[in-house]
Design a protein around this ligand. Structure first.
Ligand SMILES: Nc1ncnc2c1ncn2[C@@H]1O[C@H](COP(=O)(O)OP(=O)(O)OP(=O)(O)O)[C@@H](O)[C@H]1O
Ligand SMILES: [Mg+2]
Length: 280
């Protein structure tokens, strides 16, 4: 048991996973994960937690704590230094996805989709094509070269855009969208890969309050459909409103794993130190 769980009783933790039976199914076990970018600094230090289907988990901590690194390591954009990432399929035995390469890594990145703060859309391409680009890792090289997508992929892209109220913009260039619209397209692009986990690194950092609420509601809906969502946030208010589970990271270690109601001033002080007064 790491110091995160020390702040919780076993019963508290169980309550989080008993909200909905589907959430009891484990989708990922992170075990003793460490990450160093160089010999002088350990950025993630002995991180362990389980993620369940349909959970919406807010990741909080001060700047430099290691939140983005955690998401990048989970999705395989950055390599693990040590530890295990066990993916639990619906049927079959868990497999360690921490050392994947090539095709297997691409496949994992589809299962564990990520949306980035700066959206990473192709500005000159239209919205529909940007969403379809999410399918590239599962499309043959030749077809992807000529951006040939199957009718099924197109139908799925259209229905995702419709769900996000973005269908009227389907043929518009991505560069002409507002920030909130770009973020919705980025979410569609991640969802078209049928992920079981969606990682979002500060998805509302550059958005106005209305679009912030809209994106957070979308992420909640995604989690309600059984996809596990992990979202890095700098706003404690948003975490309290949207995330039934919160993981707090300080200096690369989990120092809190519980419900927002358990985020006491002491916990927040451990997480943010003197920056606590700047929180909102
Ligand atoms: N590619 C990299 N190479 C070297 N060091 C890195 C790299 N990425 C992050 N770091 C370092 O790892 C530490 C954690 O960074 P990370 O970006 O994960 O923090 P964060 O919690 O996401 O911060 P913020 O809230 O500012 O986004 C920092 O000290 C950072 O300088
Ligand atoms: Mg970050």
């Amino acid at each position: 048991m790491n110091n995160a769980r020390a702040l919780l009783t076993a019963n508290d933790y169980q309550a989080l996973t008993q909200i909905n039976p589907v959430r009891q199914r484990k989708v990922l076990s992170v075990k003793n994960l460490c990450k160093s970018y160089n010999a002088h600094q350990t950025v993630l230090n002995d991180i362990s937690f389980d993620l369940h289907a349909g959970e919406m988990v807010g990741i909080i901590g001060r700047s430099g704590a290691g939140k983005s690194t955690l998401l990048h390591v989970l999705n395989g954009t950055h390599t693990v230094t040590s530890g295990e990432l066990l993916s639990h399929p619906e049927v079959g035995t868990p497999r360690d996805v921490s050392g994947l390469k090539g095709r297997a890594l691409n496949q994992w990145r589809s299962e564990c989709g990520m949306i980035f703060q700066d959206f990473c859309l192709v500005p000159r391409l239209d919205v529909l094509t940007n969403v379809l680009l999410g399918r590239l890792s599962q499309t043959s090289t030749l077809k992807s070269l000529f951006k040939v997508f199957s009718p099924e992929d197109r139908a799925k892209a259209i229905s995702l855009l419709e769900w996000m109220s973005m269908l009227p913009h389907a043929l518009q260039r991505a560069e002409n969208l507002s920030g909130g619209q770009m973020q919705r397209v980025a979410i569609c692009r991640a969802l078209i890969q049928n992920p079981s986990i969606l990682l979002a690194d500060e998805p509302v950092a550059s958005l106005d309050p209305k679009n912030t609420q809209r994106i957070m509601r979308v992420l909640r809906e995604v989690s309600e459909q059984g996809i596990s969502v992990m979202v890095n946030l700098h706003s404690i208010e948003l975490v309290k409103e949207y995330c039934p589970r919160v993981i707090g990271i300080a200096q690369g270690q989990i120092v809190f794993d519980g419900s927002p109601a358990q985020l006491t001033p002491d916990v927040l002080h451990t997480l943010y130190g003197d920056e606590i007064s700047q929180l909102h």
